[in-house]
Ligand binder design. Structure first.
Ligand code: GUN
Ligand code: FE
Length: 449
């Protein structure tokens, strides 16, 4: 029974904060009851059968429970490159930093280090579900799935496909290789977790410029035959959009390239979506395709400012993605801040309603993300019947000698007038992984500090 303060998003605009709550989580990790206005925990225990021996965990006065974060787009294979982008933009960044790093992960021992470090890092930042890109190598992609399953992090794990405009040393030799290797990884990942509750495969064409039309169509067909999710990038930066125009002259648009290949489905996650036309947005909406917004990466690589308010107003489903190492942080909390900042730059050039609020970005980071990765109604919030994917946030305190725990340690309520809502805002704007004390997936403790 998780007792004390909890907070979660009910809708895009509604953050529900309960100060005197008690959430009962059963042995399967499912939320069995939620009580509010609890004065004595004994009364709750009496009310429900079979909870006499339950362990009671308190949020603490300045702490609260919050749903685990959902990272809808990141590259585990680029973790060692975090912070390396200089003044490059997408296409030069891929050549300079990304392809050499990814190609080196053919090595099982190197991949074991990189992937277990990255899973530890994302878990420590409260990410309970993550959509990962690995590399083109099947054995190490499968190793990433093994690590996620063992550590208990929900994950979609994708073997990257790329058969053109890629270096000789790092590419699929043929369309049949791309399809066959994708299938091999799908089969492996389904064999280690047949229920798909923790790890699932995801078909991963890198992006249109690295895949021929035949390769994209082959992967679209594979997705149809196997019922697998799909992830790729779309319309991230202007030279890339121009390149797609040149490479696919018969296509109406970047979106049309994917549509033609059968890659736009309700189980498709497209990252970035910065420079789409209104018609493309409509096509995405009609196909049920989901969007991963990656603001830190879009700024780092000077790709642009995604018009998130417009995408939401049209009714597209949007989540947040760290996009390491285009993005420089494995933290979805950081991505929340970046989403807020970018929306303010959009607002400065358009209209005030482009601004995203704290509640809105937290929604994208949790329930929105759950919809993007196909876990709607299962994770991302606290409702009876949902699974306990959660983080225990504790705000820091200044200790003797000025030592601080948590970045905003000096900001804790010294004078007694701080509301729970204030605490959530302080966490969003100035918290970090030091405030994330425990993390659970389906009731299993997967991280503690
Ligand atoms: N487009 C194609 N590959 C990549 C990648 O690895 N990262 C980002 N941000 N965009 C891409
Ligand atoms: Fe990416």
């Amino acid at each position: 029974i998780y007792c004390g303060t909890f907070a979660h998003c009910r809708s895009l605009s509604e953050l529900d904060i309960c100060a005197k709550g008690a959430i009962g989580v059963d042995e399967a990790g499912v939320i069995a009851f939620i009580e509010r206005e609890v004065e004595e925990i004994e009364d709750v225990i009496k009310k429900y059968d079979g909870w006499n021996d339950a362990e009671v965990l308190q949020s603490g006065e300045s702490g609260f429970f919050f749903p685990g974060f959902i990272d809808t787009h990141t590259h585990a294979s680029q973790h060692p490159n975090t912070g390396l982008f200089g003044k490059t933009t997408l296409l030069s960044w891929l050549e300079t930093y990304t392809f050499p790093m990814e190609s080196s992960l053919s090595s099982l021992s190197k991949a074991a280090t990189v992937y277990s470090n990255f899973v530890s890092r994302t878990l420590s930042h409260g990410t309970t579900t993550c959509a990962y890109y690995a590399t083109i190598h099947v054995p190490t992609t499968n190793l990433l799935a093994d690590i996620c399953l063992k550590r208990g992090q929900r994950a979609l794990v994708g073997r990257v496909c790329m058969n053109m405009m890629s270096p000789e040393y790092y590419r699929d030799a043929s369309v049949s290789d791309a399809v066959k290797d994708s299938k091999a990884s799908i089969d492996y990942i389904r064999s280690i977790d047949p229920s798909g509750d923790i790890v699932k495969p995801i078909i991963t064409p890198r992006f249109a410029p690295s895949c021929t039309a035949e390769c994209l169509a082959g992967l679209g067909q594979l997705a149809k035959e196997t019922g697998t999710s799909i992830q790729t990038h779309i319309s991230e930066n202007k030279p890339e959009v121009q390149l797609v125009r040149e490479l696919f002259p018969e296509s109406k648009s970047y979106t049309d390239v994917y549509d033609t290949a059968g890659l736009l489905t309700p189980k498709t996650i497209l990252a970035h979506a910065v420079h789409l036309s209104a018609e493309e947005v409509q096509t995405l909406k009609q196909s049920g395709t989901k969007i991963s917004h990656c603001p830190a990466s879009n700024t780092a690589l000077t790709s642009g400012c995604a018009p998130v308010r417009q995408l939401l107003d049209v009714g597209l489903t949007v989540g947040l993605g760290t996009d390491v190492s285009g993005g420089f942080s494995p933290s979805i909390l950081e991505e929340c801040r970046q989403a807020i900042w970018v929306s303010r730059f959009v607002a400065m050039n358009t209209a005030d309603d482009a601004k995203l609020s704290t509640e809105e970005v937290l929604y994208l980071a949790t329930r929105g993300g759950a919809q993007v990765v196909g876990l709607d109604g299962k994770v991302g919030g606290f409702d009876v019947g949902m699974e306990w994917d959660a983080q225990h946030i504790c705000l820091g305190a200044v200790k003797e000698g000025g030592e601080q725990e948590g970045r905003f340690a000096g900001n804790v309520d010294l004078f007694g007038f701080e509301t729970a809502e204030d605490r959530v805002n302080k966490w969003v704007y100035s918290g970090d992984d030091r405030n994330t004390k425990s993390v659970w997936v389906r009731g299993r403790l997967v991280h503690r500090r």
